[in-house]
Design a binder for this molecule. Structure first.
Ligand code: AMP
Length: 304
């Protein structure tokens, strides 16, 4: 069975101190799927767009072995649009506008033949919808879930109901503190794992990521980037690399989970090098493995 990915598919208008793009391909499911496609396939994407969604984007996704039978196209509907502006410090982003359009009525329907998928990646959408996806699945084994402060603040109860059904929660450091009401990340991780997810990943932006399981705390380094053009989608690319690698190997041992975190970080580093999804469109597994090895060398040390 393929890897099931559910989330937003949209058109992003993004400006950074270096450049600007209008109506470029974006959305959480888009980044997750493209990133995962280098490790496994097929990727079964579930989302919604309007009839204004450019066909060239669909073609590019299909060329990456991303199946679009679950992408609903609403006749005369308008695609989800998001606009953001990054500051000189690229960690600071203002959302300028969010036009939900067809996404407002998104009620994910999983095609019958995808309901047996064992590996699922739930992009950052309303936890109620994430739950509805799981309701339709036939005994999923490994559920990776992304969320954000908007849902932690606005739909806490629904999120707390979802968490026991999730295998891996991926959030950033400020979201972890918010969810746990705890400033210390180690204590926060313990509290969040007690809410349900066996595995927790806390992303720390340009400072790497932390993996927490019952037995393991693993700190992944950040890749020293000389040029970051557009940070949009970095978190989703991380999730895609992480779950794509695990889906291919079907191995959830500590060693494999650590490698998956590094592959996630690797894909995020490619994503931010170019605007929109361009950094993920023309990669090869060889280039990905080279950068994975660079990651290994970054934190390998010994006593002299
Ligand atoms: P990230 O940079 O990982 O936060 O992801 C950015 C992507 O999320 C962009 O491509 C947006 O299209 C998408 N996005 C932004 N706001 C929302 C939202 N409220 N719901 C779903 N997707 C969104």
């Amino acid at each position: 069975m393929g890897l099931l990915v559910v989330g937003s598919v949209g058109l992003d208008t993004v400006s950074t101190p270096f450049d600007k793009v209008n109506d470029a391909l974006g959305g959480s499911a888009t980044y997750i799927s493209l990133s995962a496609s280098y490790f496994t396939g097929p990727i079964n994407l579930v989302g919604i767009v309007g009839s204004d969604f450019p066909k060239v984007y669909m073609k590019m996704l299909e060329e990456h072995n991303i199946e679009l039978d679950g992408l609903k196209i609403v006749e005369d509907g308008k695609t989800f649009r998001w606009s953001g502006k990054y500051h000189y410090d690229l960690n600071v982003r203002d959302t300028l506008s969010t036009e939900l359009n067809v996404f407002e009525k998104f009620d994910p329907v999983i095609p019958e033949n995808w309901r047996k998928s064992k590996y699922i990646c739930l992009g950052n959408i309303d936890p109620v919808l994430q739950g509805r996806v799981l309701d339709q699945m036939n005994n999923p084994q490994f559920v990776v879930c992304d969320t954000m402060n908007y849902w932690i603040e606005g739909k806490k109860k629904e999120l707390l109901e979802l968490l026991p059904r999730v295998s891996v929660l991926i959030i950033n450091d400020s979201e972890a503190r918010l969810l746990a009401h705890e400033p210390n990340l180690i204590k926060a991780a313990k509290k969040i794992r007690d809410l349900g997810p066996e595995i927790l990943i806390i992303k720390k932006g340009e400072h790497g990521a932390l993996l927490f399981t019952e037995d393991v705390i693993f700190s992944a380094p950040a890749y020293p980037m000389e040029m970051i053009n557009d940070p949009t989608g970095a978190g989703d690319s991380f999730a895609g690399g992480f779950v794509g690698y695990l889906h291919r190997n079907r191995d959830l041992s500590p060693k494999s989970l650590k490698a998956a975190v590094i592959y996630g970080s690797t894909m995020a580093s490619f994503c931010v090098e170019k605007f929109s999804t361009k950094g993920l469109e023309e990669l090869s597994i060889l280039r990905i493995k080279d950068r994975f090895r660079e990651f290994m060398n970054l934190s390998r040390f010994d006593e002299s």
